[in-house]
Ligand binder design. Structure first.
Ligand code: SAM
Length: 240
């Protein structure tokens, strides 16, 4: 898949996303990231990309034309149609379900704001959807774009060495939180690894993990259980 990042600091996203799973996804040809800077499409000696807000008040607003030209260049770089997603604290919250949906797209463009944001006319004309990574305000959309890129990259088939790990993660298809994990040593001053995990009894291990996932979800995020895919056995465990 291809993701284009339109930002005043596109390398911020491409560099952050150059490590670990995302880096590997790129090396394996599963993901191509392309950065685009509206400043390269701005005119005049100062290549201005922002101006003062009409009506007064603090801060600056990103200009329409450099962004519009930049988006047009990004779109034209590949024949596949691409929707434009504006990272914004006012957008719909990013969820794993949304990540799964995006991971199935051949291509999309992430638009990062700075300052007070982007002239609303550009948003109305060019943006297909707005996504927020949480109810707080960042200085720019780049960190949010990196979050989207990372979450989407790890769902590309072949990006993870063990595809099962994504299926077991929190918010996967069953909608539960993940179970706890342990590694060596078995005995440590901080505690002992639960015995069942060393039993070699795969059914027992699977049952223990499911119990833990259900218990954690119930304790930490009970609202997730309303939408979770639960079996009759799961419901029995929760009622116990
Ligand atoms: N004045 C805007 C508001 O209150 O809605 C906030 C502008 S913010 C300082 C600058 C840019 O950071 C935004 O245009 C957006 O791209 C990005 N941003 C900030 N918080 C974000 C969040 N929670 N999720 C996604 N992007 C965010």
């Amino acid at each position: 898949m291809r993701i284009d990042i339109v930002s005043l600091f596109p390398e911020f996203v491409t560099q952050v996303a150059g490590h670990g799973v995302v880096g590997r996804a790129q090396e394996r040809g599963l993901l191509a990231l392309h950065g685009w800077n509206p400043r390269d499409h701005a005119e005049g000696n100062y290549r201005r990309v922002d101006d003062r807000p009409f009506g007064g008040g603090p801060g600056m607003v990103m200009l329409i034309d450099p962004l519009r030209a930049c988006l047009a260049a990004a779109r034209a770089a590949d024949p596949a149609p691409a929707k434009v997603i504006y990272l914004s604290p006012q957008g719909m919250p990013l969820t794993q379900a949304k990540v799964r949906e995006l991971a199935g797209e051949p291509r999309f463009i992430l638009l990062c704001g700075r300052y007070e944001g982007i002239d609303e006319r550009l948003v109305a004309a060019e943006v297909d959807e707005e996504l927020s990574i949480g109810d707080y305000v960042l200085s720019g959309g780049e960190l949010a774009a990196a979050v989207v890129v990372d979450a989407v990259a790890r769902l590309q088939e072949g990006a993870l060495n063990d595809a099962e790990s994504a299926a077991q993660d929190s918010f996967a298809a069953d909608g539960l939180l993940d179970c706890p994990h342990y590694t060596r040593p078995v005995e440590h001053e901080l505690g002992t690894v639960p015995e069942v995990l060393m039993s070699g009894n795969h059914a027992g291990i699977a049952r223990w993990r499911r119990q833990q996932a259900l218990g954690r979800t119930w304790q930490r995020r009970p609202e997730l259980l309303d939408e979770a895919a639960l079996s009759a056995a799961d419901r029995k465990l929760l009622e116990a």
